[in-house]
Ligand binder design. Sequence first.
Ligand code: FES
Length: 191
Amino acid sequence: MKPPKKPRLDRRDLLWIIPSMVTGGFFGWLAWRTYVIHFTKAGVQEPAWRAGPRLQVAALEELRSVWGFKYFDYLYAESPLKAVLIRLPQPVLGGLTVGERHFLALSRICTHQGCTVNFVDNPELGAIAYNYRTDHPFLGCPCHFGAYEPLQAGRAVYGPPRFPLPRLRLEEEGGVLYATGLEVPFRPLER
Ligand code: FES
């Protein structure tokens, strides 16, 4: 008489199959996340502007030193857009140069899921909090620790965001900086 056929898998096999699947899934997720964080960031181009209201942002003298910054609200399409004006050490695409001084204005709405990004003026603390190491201030999102680089005109450089922060058009008149429009297209959030 033939011995009964052993099933291909029995319950004891689950003891190694399930942990293997969980471990494999975890490392797959880790690899995918590393790929997204490092290799899927969109570049920054010369902006196309959509005209908006003319808003006085700051007198030139308010940002006396490089890496000075000022938060402001830009009234666009009847809802205020949180934004930041930064004085930079060099010109960038979409920024404004007045004499020897270089400025950039960016939306503070994170392009990942819409949290408000902050100006991180201490790069050492920023490296601990955001895991993004640089020798100058940057913009960081507290929700999922995305980082944006002002010297690359607001490009996303670390974390889940893939798209740059939209820029605001700046103009200078009589020693005063004005925001006069917004970069288009305004990218949808990556929900
Ligand atoms: S909402 Fe900013 S990193 Fe997710």
